[in-house]
Design a protein around this ligand. Structure first.
Ligand SMILES: Nc1ncnc2c1ncn2[C@@H]1O[C@H](COP(=O)(O)OP(=O)(O)OP(=O)(O)O)[C@@H](O)[C@H]1O
Length: 270
């Protein structure tokens, strides 16, 4: 786990200057979403301090994507309340969307546009005033300058993820919601991606990132483990291991296996 006490600089963004920085970038409780009468997210509470990297883990279908989509205002919760970036998740979802970057599981950019054209398109959607400058900054930040004319469809998985992250950053958000951003990406590209996430957090960006990779969980400041739509454990790695009822020398993977075994007894259909 990265050092919890590391100093933070405020993530500066031209678009959101003057917006107050709240101590908790995410502060929600009771979040619930039902489909066909079944709660797929059930009374979830999440608190993430500004500038922290929170790993969001859980088995397939446990409710991570649904939770993330409720946080960024793409999905209306059936119940729950709270704030993202100090904005009400129920009433101010438009403002939350403008100040957060959401990276979906699937590459969502245009394969027949170049890297630069994709970023320019996103900048237009956000109606950015200094569009060229924003695109240039995103290209430079993610090391994409030399490839800017390359068609997105011809990029490898790792470079696609870089482009997707650049697109998330184009409007200088203060919160990143990343849904399995490195799925299927090779270890070197994953490591570089995470180095960038840490640089952003050092500048004050808050990051909620879902992942199935244990080495990525290790690189988070804190973790939330969810299954059956319910939070089973949260805290630092050591705290999660303790909550799983294991000794201090147990791994995170062992902790998750123990937590899910316990949850199966409580939640699984007979
Ligand atoms: N629009 C929908 N209609 C009906 N059920 C849905 C819908 N969206 C999600 N679900 C169900 O909600 C549950 C949680 O899905 P969700 O995608 O949030 O899980 P997840 O933890 O992100 O999974 P994964 O790790 O596989 O991405 C699943 O059982 C899924 O089938």
């Amino acid at each position: 786990m990265s050092a919890p006490g590391r100093p933070k600089r405020e993530y500066r963004s031209a678009q959101h200057e003057g917006t107050p920085v709240t101590a908790l970038a995410i502060d929600v409780r009771g979040l619930t979403k039902r489909y066909d009468g079944r709660a797929v997210v059930d009374d979830v509470a999440l608190q993430v301090a500004t500038g922290r990297i929170c790993g969001f883990l859980g088995p397939n279908g446990s409710g991570k994507t649904t939770t993330i989509r409720m946080l960024c205002g793409l999905l209306k919760p059936d119940a729950g309340e709270g704030t993202c970036l100090g904005l009400d998740v129920l009433r101010e979802s438009r403002a939350i969307k403008r100040q957060s970057g959401y990276m979906t599981q699937k590459f969502g950019l245009y394969e027949d546009l170049s890297i630069r054209e994709n970023l320019d398109f996103i900048a237009r959607l956000f109606e950015l005033e200094r569009r060229t400058e924003a695109v240039d900054q995103a290209l430079a930040r993610l090391g994409l300058v030399e490839r800017q004319r390359q068609l997105a469809g011809t990029l490898s998985g790792g470079w696609k993820q870089r482009l997707a992250l650049a697109a998330c950053l184009i409007h200088a958000p203060r919160l990143l919601l990343l849904d399995e951003p490195t799925a299927g990406v090779d270890p070197k590209a994953r490591r570089e991606f995470w180095d960038e996430i840490h640089r952003l957090a050092q500048e004050g960006m808050t990051v909620l990132v879902s992942t199935h990779y244990m080495d990525e969980a290790e690189r988070c400041d804190e973790l939330v483990y969810i299954a059956y739509g319910t939070v089973l454990a949260r805290g630092t790695g050591a705290e999660v291991v303790r909550q799983a009822g294991l000794g201090a020398d147990a791994s995170l993977e062992q902790a998750f296996v123990a937590l899910i075994a316990r949850a199966q007894d409580n939640f699984a259909a007979p």
